[in-house]
Ligand binder design. Sequence first.
Ligand SMILES: C[S@@+](CC[C@H](N)C(=O)[O-])C[C@H]1O[C@@H](n2cnc3c(N)ncnc32)[C@H](O)[C@@H]1O
Ligand code: SF4
Ligand code: SF4
Length: 380
Amino acid sequence: MSTLLPIIPPDDLLREKEGLSPAAQRAEEEKNRMRRYFEKPEADAHLAPVAAQEPVCLYLETTNRCNLLCTTCPRTYEDLEPEADMPWELFTSLIDQYSNIARVVLHGIGEPMLVKDIAQRVKYLKDRNIYVLFNTNGTLLTEANGRALIEAGLDELRVSLDAAESEVFQMVRGKDFFDKIVANVRNFTRLQRDMDAPRPRVSLWLTGLRETVDQLPNFVRLAYSIGVTEVYLQRLVFFDVPMDEHSLARAESALFEHTTEREEALICEAESVARELGVMFSASGAVDPGESIKMQRSDSPWSLCRRPWSLMYITANGRVLPCCIAPFSMKGYDSFTLGDATQGSLREIWNGAEYQRFREGLLTSAPPPACANCGLRWSL
Ligand SMILES: C[S@@+](CC[C@H](N)C(=O)[O-])C[C@H]1O[C@@H](n2cnc3c(N)ncnc32)[C@H](O)[C@@H]1O
Ligand code: SF4
Ligand code: SF4
């Protein structure tokens, strides 16, 4: 029997962290609960090609359209699938197939706030008691959209900002939207206070790049100044051969495995600013930022991955993938497509031949190519 769910965090992980604001404290506790997705299998865990349990999480790519041109994102350089929003009927039919799903993530590779009825989709999930979150680029977080998301009951809104100043933002995110996004987020947290609405938890995310690590201390200060109590350093996932000469999804931009003293000092400084301000500063994968960048490549890092036993990712067109990371580590979807949700049920696909083959590979020393390239380059 797999020990996927739930790994209860040890007491010391839940002990109060000194100095955190109440909101950041709650976020810290949720982070610790999230560690279960990244825990190593326990010694007696039985991971087999056939999954013993149903998925606990679905990633639903509500759209693959986008209004930015981020230099880290495969979408900017590659036509992955025909442009589409996931049809409402497909969306609801996917949810209805797994009545015990605990968590749904509403982004894939695209900007979910471009979907006109995104708040309605959140409401559909909240009516079923599901924890709902998504990442957004923040460009469309107007007062009306924000209010609709609060009223729909969204649990978590993660704003990918990647910089503490406009020029750097443009280098990473491809367009000049920094001031607008900062204003949007500031207005949104103000609206939450006016509405006395603790949910969604709002966080700011920065993808860790050598080119932008010096932004971190001010990034934490910026978060605090606009009412955000959680900041995350996201691990860069990259291709062995970059997609384009301008792409920052490349080994030499990654922060881990070869961090310099200066880079470590900047992360420590950001941690210290966060402590002073009572902001929670964490890394994707629910680990501390310093810990995250120091993680080393082991002989077979993919053996730590539990995703194909715990979640499914479905694109706007219904294609089933093992996780949200593979598209960042391997070009094209063909080598890790595990089924078509418009043609078969999720249960058939979950333990179908393709999924079994994929899991089987992950348990060997010769994993699927996306996993060999992914290694420790994970993010939440
Ligand atoms: C693909 S985006 C989709 C949601 C939304 N468009 C956004 O930007 O937040 C999901 C997350 O991936 C991050 N991301 C982009 N390129 C990345 C990379 N090469 N490695 C890790 N994360 C990356 C984005 O910053 C964002 O937080
Ligand atoms: S990271 Fe998000 S906002 Fe940027 S291009 Fe990719 S999908 Fe669009
Ligand atoms: S690509 Fe990475 S995250 Fe995805 S299933 Fe493979 S090892 Fe796990």
